[in-house]
Design a protein around this ligand. Structure first.
Ligand code: SAH
Length: 360
């Protein structure tokens, strides 16, 4: 896979400042003969105060500000469009330095704010119910592009007079985060770092369609974040029909990896299941799911299916069927909730993101 960060550097003659970890900033400052606390100052400007213009970093020497301006690029996502839903959810369309476009979503719930960010331009997985999957795959986002979505949304929020920044981040936007694990993990380490954004691990969630090696990496990841798995079907036949990735990582391998993750981290896993009319909403499947996940003590998130224009034949399960599915889960004593739909009027709900690709 081509490394977009390095390519950017070659093309534009500078390094991507947004993708540098705290440790890398310390190394750069040392190499430049600067005191190492300069790294702390720069990281604070960018990640806490959201100041990205070196000339405004007033506690740095003038010569350092100039050297930074001449050699460290700040490829922030450029806002192309912001849409606001009736329920207050906001959707942002960003353009990256090479013209690629992705979307992010900002949700409010009970005084907390969650940023839903993209990890790839498009997505290679082609899940049949997901709008992003119909775009195909553009490229991986860099750590800076992933973080940039969060920082720009937080800056807009604070500039707009909000008292608090963003509380949570979920990797539930466009793309499969565990197929871009290197950049996603680096971005998460940076967000979590006390000298950078210092966002608590409990406030970070990765959602995966079931990339087994990535789940195993997460079992040993030093940031104890939360894991969500998009299941949508409890047997291989149905799941392969809905999610082609199941051919590569079958349910037995997926569940085995989830057991390793659960044993190693002690963390509870959230299972996402979108109820699609006549496809996967038979209550019998709830029993099958319980047997499949036996011993894992999962938390089930039932998502009302969000219609997408490219698949008009797929419809949300009617209320009565949702109730029957819930009743089966309750009888099985499996903990679940039906997720409230957010932002559907601006196509910002789960699976509806499809910011145009445009990679050059
Ligand atoms: N690739 C990752 C990240 C995307 S998260 C993953 O698959 O988990 C987006 C969540 O919304 C996933 O659980 C996905 O399965 C779900 N989803 C996709 N399309 C949907 C739709 N049309 N309605 C409801 N949920 C959908």
């Amino acid at each position: 896979m081509r490394d977009h960060g390095m390519e950017l550097e070659r093309k534009r003659g500078g390094e991507d400042a947004l993708s540098l970890s705290y440790e890398e900033w310390r190394e750069r400052m040392e190499a430049w003969g600067e005191p190492r606390f300069r790294a702390d100052q720069i990281c604070n400007w960018m990640h806490v105060r959201k100041v990205f213009d070196y000339h405004e970093m007033s506690n740095l020497s003038k010569s350092l500000r100039e050297r930074l301006s001449g050699s460290m690029l700040m490829p922030l996502p450029v806002l192309i469009r912001e849409q606001k839903s009736k329920d207050g959810t906001r959707k942002y369309l960003w353009q990256m330095a090479d013209g690629a476009r992705v979307e992010s979503v900002l949700l409010n719930h009970g005084g907390h704010t969650t940023a839903c960010v993209s990890s790839q331009v498009g997505c290679p997985l082609s899940c049949v119910f997901c709008a992003t999957g119909t775009l195909g795959f553009g490229r991986n986002l860099t750590p800076g592009e992933i973080l940039g979505q969060f920082l720009m949304m937080e800056r807009r929020r604070l500039d707009g007079g909000a008292e608090q920044g963003i509380n949570n981040i979920v990797f539930m936007g466009m793309g499969e985060p565990l197929l871009n694990a290197g950049n996603v993990f680096k971005g998460i380490r940076m967000l979590n770092h006390p000298k950078m954004r210092n966002l608590g691990a409990r406030h970070i969630t990765i959602s995966t369609a079931g990339v087994v090696p990535g789940i195993l990496d997460l079992a040993d990841f030093e940031v104890p974040l939360r894991l969500s798995v998009s299941l949508h079907a409890p047997n291989d036949g149905l799941r392969t029909k809905l999610m082609p990735i199941n051919r590569q990582y079958s349910l037995s391998r997926l569940v085995e990896a989830l057991r390793v993750y659960r044993n190693r981290t002690g963390e509870r896993i959230t299972i996402e299941y979108a109820l699609i009319d006549g496809l996967n909403d038979d209550p019998q499947l709830a029993y099958e799911m319980a047997a499949l996940l036996d011993g894992l003590e999962p938390y089930i998130n039932l998502i009302p299916f969000n219609p997408i224009p490219m698949k008009p034949e797929l419809r949300r399960s009617p209320e009565a069927k949702v109730k029957a599915f819930c009743a089966a889960l309750a009888e099985l004593r499996i903990e679940f909730e039906v997720r409230r739909e957010r932002g559907a009027d601006i196509m910002a709900a789960c699976g509806q993101l499809a910011g145009t690709l445009r990679c050059t």
